[in-house]
Design a protein around this ligand. Structure first.
Ligand SMILES: Cc1cc2nc3c(=O)[nH]c(=O)nc-3n(C[C@H](O)[C@H](O)[C@H](O)COP(=O)(O)OP(=O)(O)OC[C@H]3O[C@@H](n4cnc5c(N)ncnc54)[C@H](O)[C@@H]3O)c2cc1C
Length: 439
């Protein structure tokens, strides 16, 4: 919908005439999947609060929006979209913005293919509604998957008063540095969550079509519900017959959003380029919105481009006394290739001056290249106000700055919100000192 609206905005400027048709398989448009955990937890009252714009509002803006229309195949020679149970829709140009589907292993289904009762992802508003209705205090839930959606659904379930077990194949938040993931695992245990790392759900025990337990390799965990948060796969079946898909099944648009002549794509069905030019799969709403807008502008004759990503991400685990924000930006050390030589420091401090009641612990990890001094990555874990600190580091990375830029740039300070030497800058300064050490 970002692309569709931008097309109309730019067309008004460039004087182009565009007929914009959107075919949407579901009934909702422009909704915040990101808000699902907070609807489930009860922090957000109404499902409608997550809908930024309804189909009627899009239509009123001049978009021919058709809901309940699933495109099964795009015929790029005949220039038609084939719609399940409906008529083909002709196009001159086509935008693929089909997003991604949750990874659902075989064990989520009964032998007849129907979903096992009590087992579903947290992917759509329908899932959100079902979880909000079904999760009752005192019941047991297993969350399968320790990525950010798993973490947020653990938070939601604990807030609703359930007994929660998190099962994850590697460690909690494995795309973050171990120090950061460990803080979240510790916070979860503190509020009574059973965290089972380095284990995978291999099967379910099912009674009368409903889940009764999950099986791990060495034991079973009795449960009433299973949240499946095992990552996503790009929803690109409609182009499976073409040579446009990568081995991962993604599309790889250029910075204008173009995949092939007259074929455009953005969002979770695509890989994105890092600022250094490497392809990466980073299915996030923040990228989808920007890439969609740039693409919409290009389709209507504009020149906006999507400039790539740094790998910036943030999430929160907050229950009762535990409030942890974790965030990261940049290339992980293990992804860095020679000749880059990362020098890394982990520093602990407080989010505010130690004498202020707001002061909460914060851990910051900064990494920079020994030779060029270029900042490589920054990760943060800490109390209220800790997470968004990563944005200052993202700005330095975006402008290809050095660890010295981060150490000495002019950041805001007042006792309730920071320390005189901001922890982020203390960590950066220590990295610089390490680099400068003789030998
Ligand atoms: C629980 C959860 C929390 C999240 N939290 C965050 C967060 O905090 N920050 C962040 O940046 N991102 C977050 N995300 C990710 C973010 O929601 C996605 O990256 C974003 O929605 C992707 O936008 P999109 O337009 O590519 O795909 P979607 O929003 O998935 O939209 C794709 C649309 O295409 C429709 N569709 C699919 N196939 C077809 C077809 N064949 N024919 C017709 N229509 C079709 C779908 O019904 C859907 O409406 C979260 C996601 C989830 C599930």
């Amino acid at each position: 919908m970002s692309a569709a609206h931008q097309m109309l905005r730019t067309a008004r400027r460039t004087g182009r005439t565009l007929e914009v048709t959107v075919l949407e398989a579901g009934q909702f448009t422009s909704y915040s999947a990101c808000g699902i955990p907070y609807l489930v937890s009860g922090e957000v009252d109404e499902l409608d609060d997550l809908v930024a714009r309804t189909p009627e509002q899009h239509r009123a803006a001049g978009i021919d929006l058709r809901t309940g229309q699933r495109v099964t195949r795009l015929d790029l020679d005949a220039r038609v979209a084939e719609v399940e149970g409906g008529d083909d829709v002709a196009f001159d140009q086509v935008v693929v913005a089909t997003g991604a589907c949750p990874r659902m292993p075989q064990w989520t289904r009964l032998p007849d293919g129907a979903p096992v009762g009590g087992v579903r992802p947290a992917s759509t508003l329908e899932d959100a509604r079902a979880w909000a209705q079904e999760l009752a205090p005192g019941e047991r839930v297993v969350v399968a998957g320790g990525g950010y959606i798993g973490v947020e659904m653990v938070e939601a379930a604990v807030r609703r008063g359930l007994q929660v077990t998190l099962v994850t194949r590697s460690r909690v938040l494995s795309t973050f540095a171990p120090e950061v993931g460990a803080e979240v695992a510790r916070g979860m245990r503190e509020v009574g969550v059973e965290v089972v790392e380095h284990a995978a759900v291999t099967d379910l025990e099912v009674e009368d079509g409903r889940v009764a337990a999950v099986r791990l390799r060495e034991r079973s965990v009795p449960t009433d519900h299973v949240v499946v948060a095992l990552g996503v796969v790009p929803a690109t079946d409609l182009l499976a017959h073409t040579d446009l898909l990568s081995e991962r099944g993604t599309l790889r648009p250029d910075e204008t959003g173009r995949v092939a002549p007259g074929v455009w794509a953005a969002g979770d069905c695509c890989e994105v380029r890092t600022r250094d030019g490497a392809w990466t799969y980073a299915p996030l709403g923040t990228h989808a919105n920007k890439a969609g807008r740039a693409l919409g502008d290009q389709v209507a004759g504009g020149d906006l481009t999507f400039p790539g990503v740094l790998g910036t991400a943030i999430t929160r685990f907050a229950v009762g006394e535990v409030h942890l924000e974790v965030a990261r930006t940049g290339i992980l050390d293990h992804q860095v290739a020679a000749p880059v030589d990362p020098v890394t420091v982990v520093t602990r401090g407080t989010t505010a001056s130690g004498y202020m009641p707001e002061a909460a612990p914060i851990t910051i990890r900064v990494s920079a290249d020994r030779v060029s001094r270029r900042l490589l990555s920054v990760e943060v874990a800490g109390g209220p106000g800790a997470g968004k600190r990563v944005d200052a580091a993202a700005a330095v990375l975006w402008l290809r700055g050095s660890v010295d830029d981060l150490a000495w740039m002019d950041l805001a300070y007042a006792p309730p919100v920071a320390t005189a030497w901001e922890v982020l800058q203390i960590a950066a300064r220590r990295v610089a000192e390490l680099i400068d050490q003789p030998g």
